[in-house]
Ligand binder design. Structure first.
Ligand code: ADP
Ligand code: MG
Length: 227
């Protein structure tokens, strides 16, 4: 029997925000195993800690209490250098508001990240073309974000994450601002990427259409897991 690959193993994770003198616990003793080579979704009411969890998994928000293994590596107490390496090569983050550079074209937005990976020019060109083809935007590669629709911008952000060829793409409600048809098209692209690259995707969502693409659908409530 094939052993299931675990991408993230989360143990007794606790996270609080401090506002003035008030401490608010957002994640309460969360234990979770997120499978590798698969698409997983995290749902839950607004304020349940979904974005906080993704930011912790993406090494954007520092860990406070608990332990996390990423691809069997304990990331609880990594050096800044190792954390940067993982962020740069292993994790592709898709922000809800895209975070594209408005002065760069679609192509340049993608290439910028690849330059930072110190890849040879030829490989950058190939990866950029492959990613823009995958999201059906190759003809629009010379356009800047202001010349693209919301759905197109989101697809550039997705192409940028895919072109990094990370172990995992993490997306915070990546289809929330899109109409159902555009959202479905994006989910098909993401599902295909998981299949062809044997990589993983973790998305937060409110949408049952998105959940229908998930191998595992986790539900958070008050920072805890609900079935
Ligand atoms: P979700 O993504 O499920 O809507 P979040 O993780 O964004 O939930 O937020 C969880 C809780 O933490 C909410 O009550 C929110 O108001 C609070 N929160 C989020 N970010 C911060 C922050 N930077 N400072 C203080 N409180 C925050
Ligand atoms: Mg959120």
């Amino acid at each position: 029997m094939k052993e299931e690959i675990i991408l993230y193993k989360i143990e007794d994770l606790i996270f609080s925000y401090t506002l003035g003198r008030e401490k608010m616990e957002v994640i309460s003793r969360l234990n979770l195993e997120i499978p590798g080579e698969a698409l997983s979704t995290i749902s839950g009411p607004s304020g349940s800690g979904k974005s906080t969890l993704l930011n912790i998994l993406g090494l954007i928000e520092p860990l406070q209490r608990g332990r996390i293994l990423f691809k069997n590596e304990d990331i609880t107490a990594l050096t800044e250098i190792r954390k940067n390496y993982i962020r740069k090569f292993q994790i592709g983050f898709i922000f809800q508001q895209f975070h594209l550079n408005p002065t760069l074209t679609a192509e340049e937005n993608i290439n910028y990240f690849l330059f930072r990976q110190n890849l040879p020019k030829k490989e950058i060109r190939e990866r950029c073309e492959e990613a823009l083809e995958a999201v059906h935007l190759w003809e629009h590669r010379k356009k800047r974000p202001s010349e693209l629709s919301g759905g197109q911008k989101q697809r550039v952000a997705i192409a940028r994450a895919m072109a990094k060829r990370p172990a995992v793409i993490i997306g915070d409600e990546p289809t929330a601002n899109l109409d159902q048809k555009t959202g479905y098209g994006i989910m098909e692209v993401l599902a295909k990427w998981v299949e062809s690259r044997k990589s993983s995707i973790i998305l937060t969502t409110h949408d049952s259409m998105v959940q229908s693409f998930g191998k595992q659908n986790f539900h958070l409530q008050d920072g805890r897991l609900r079935r």
